[in-house]
Design a binder for this molecule. Structure first.
Ligand code: GLA
Length: 625
């Protein structure tokens, strides 16, 4: 059987008792359910669970930082190059700044043996030749990496075969032997491989690719020619109806369980399904980071595409779980030492998006200006900020402003970014920053380490082609006793997004800060709301409050559709607020959430109709201390 059971693997799902309570309260009867979803499943998903249902480990509390050989060497890689870059990380000071995972990518596996064990490519990894270990051992390698004070990562695939086997057919580092022997991916070997990788070899991190379930369809040449077994794909790129997102999710879920068992709480799981199979929607339930896009290529347009794949997904990131727009291309092509403006823009955007920072450059011979960009302490501090809030984007033509709430009262980072080739001016205002009207904020340019003149009301910046400026601000919060949801996305989790396995039009995101899923502003009967979270009805959002807040206030909006939507607020599973709002209208809701650890926002549409549930907003949603 290829699919695991998603239902059993789901964390934080309601127990029988929760369902019984829900039914007893009468809510079960009046709640409407999307036609495509089994009634019971929809109800279960919308029931408050009182838990924070993400992939919960101690690992990756800030976005992982480190080095990976893929962008530097692709398949032309060996142990010497990896060890050399690990030593360089230590010698050039980057390790001390937080770059600590040294990861091996595709190419290390030579064979799957009859007993299911994996044999290492020892021409690639000479240190793996160890007496008494016919398959070789990575212990000498991980010992070396650990002796440098660093952590070690490895690579595998959820399918039977890896990406290089399909896409780098002339690589010197491909598996050899029969079809079965060349099946080095972890399908049907989740437990055994994770035991070996974490338990025996001592790795700390695994990146798990997905070509094995995407690229071995019956009609492709390598399969037709008999070199690989067919695998009817679970992922058809860009095509959800012909993909099987549940099956892909189930494979990662099984691997995650095995990783926790053998790698413990510090082990990192990096999901590499390139944003396919709805992985950006469930990645935070299944791993510590998940790719949101195809591989970065070393040109500007590719970087923009990868930014756009992650930048609106603010509500999916937080401590322990991060959107991954791919490894850094700094040092290559449009981001090389002759393009430092572009390299800085790339780094600025990754930092404001709380993205993993995995260097993909040969550090044994890196020009100082590139090292200065990768090693800018203040930029790294923004990426690694403890609050774990991904920035919130605002767009104005080619100008993009992204505001990130940092730990500490009134602390913000803001990127002013010119996507285009012509000069532009970009502006952020005090509402977007959540600062008190008329108050002053200090401004620091983190690239130049300079304090600039204090600002009031708004900040405008002129930007040259492809330029980004990154500032750290300290201002006066608009309300000393309250926090808007916009300012705490790292503590918000979209538990149920209301649209099941349905795909959305290009550019839509199921749950967003300050705008609706389609990017439109929150407007109701002529009134605009600058703040809040926008999503679909039939959704449930969990917010970690850790007993810090007393009261919740919001203006619930129903932005389209017909009928009405019930808005419900739960504090640690207890219903504490409720209101019903008609399509096109707004309402008010206020709830006592004193001492709640997790509170939940549930929205249920009264009727089914149209392609999707109506878009809603918890506008101006704010927590009072
Ligand atoms: C895929 C991944 C890359 C890299 C290669 C290795 O393309 O997205 O990051 O791991 O496979 O073959």
């Amino acid at each position: 059987m290829k699919t695991g059971s998603i239902k059993h693997a789901r964390q934080g799902g309601p127990g029988r008792r929760a369902l019984a309570n829900w039914a007893a309260s009468g809510l079960l009867l009046c709640a409407a359910i999307p036609a495509q979803v089994q009634a019971e499943d929809a109800q279960a998903a919308l029931s408050p669970s009182g838990e924070y249902s993400v992939y919960e480990t101690e690992a990756a509390q800030t976005p992982p930082m480190g080095w990976n050989p893929w962008n530097a060497f692709r398949t032309d890689v060996d142990e010497q190059k990896i060890r050399g870059s690990a030593e360089a990380l230590v010698n050039n000071g980057l390790a001390q700044l937080g770059y600590r995972y040294v990861n091996i990518d595709d190419g290390w596996a030579l064979q799957r043996r009859d007993d299911g064990s994996l044999k290492i490519h020892d021409t690639m990894f000479p240190s793996a030749v160890v007496d008494g270990h016919p398959n070789g051992s990575f212990v000498p390698f991980t010992d070396f990496i650990h002796s440098l004070g660093l952590k070690a990562g490895l690579y595998t695939d959820i399918g039977h075969n890896t990406c290089a086997q399909r896409w780098d057919a002339t690589s010197p580092n491909l598996p050899v032997g029969s079809i079965a022997e060349r099946q080095v991916g972890s399908m049907d070997h989740a437990e055994q491989d994770m035991k070996t990788i974490f338990g025996t070899w001592g790795f700390d991190y695994v990146k798990i690719d997905a070509c094995g379930v995407a690229d071995y369809a019956p009609d492709v040449e390598p399969v037709q020619s008999g070199r690989f077994n067919v695998f009817p794909p679970y992922i058809v790129r860009g095509d959800i109806p012909n993909s099987d997102p549940d099956a892909v999710e189930a494979l990662y879920a099984d691997l995650g369980t095995a990783i926790k068992e053998w790698g413990g709480d510090d082990a990192v799981l990096s999901i590499c399904a390139w944003g396919e199979a709805l992985s950006p929607r469930w990645g935070n339930k299944r791993g510590n980071l998940w790719r949101t896009s195809p591989d970065i290529e070393f040109h500007w347009e590719s970087m923009l595409r990868n930014i756009d794949s992650a930048v609106d997904r603010t509500l999916y990131a937080g401590p322990g779980h991060w959107n991954d727009p791919d490894m850094l291309a700094i040092g290559h092509g449009d981001f090389d030492e002759n393009h430092l403006t572009e390299a800085r823009a790339h780094m600025s955007m990754w930092a404001i998006m709380a993205s993993p920072l995995l260097i993909g450059y040969d550090l044994r011979d890196a020009p100082q200006p590139l090292l200065d960009i990768l090693g800018n302490r203040e930029v790294i501090a923004i990426d690694q900020d403890a609050a774990g809030n991904q920035g919130v984007p605002y767009r104005d033509g080619e100008a993009m402003v992204v505001v990130r709430t940092l730990a500490g009262d009134g602390a913000r980072a803001v990127v002013f970014f010119n996507r285009g080739d012509e000069p532009v001016s970009a502006t952020v205002d005090w509402t977007q920053l959540g600062f008190a009207p008329g108050s002053e904020a200090s401004v620091r340019d983190v690239w130049t380490h300079e304090n600039l003149a204090a600002a009031k009301g708004a900040i405008s910046v002129d930007l040259g082609a492809h330029e980004a400026r990154l500032f750290r601000l300290k201002g006066t919060p608009a309300d000393a006793d309250a926090v808007w949801l916009d300012e705490m996305p790292g503590r918000i989790n979209v538990a149920v997004d209301g649209i099941g396995n349905h795909s959305l039009p290009e550019g839509w995101v199921p749950a967003r800060v300050a705008v609706a899923p389609d990017g439109s502003a929150f407007v109701s009967q002529g009134t605009s709301f600058a703040k809040g979270i926008g999503l679909f009805a039939n959704s449930r959002v969990e917010i970690r409050t850790d007993g810090e807040f007393a009261k919740f206030d919001a203006s619930p909006l129903v932005l389209n559709g017909s009928g009405s939507v019930r808005f419900l607020v739960y504090a640690d599973r207890k219903l504490v607020g409720e209101t019903t709002v008609k399509a096109g209208k707004s309402g008010k809701i206020s709830a006592d959430i004193s001492s709640a650890q997790v509170f939940e926002l549930v929205a249920i549409a009264s009727s089914v109709g149209g392609e999707r549930p109506p878009m809603i907003a918890w506008a101006d949603a704010k927590l009072q201390r």
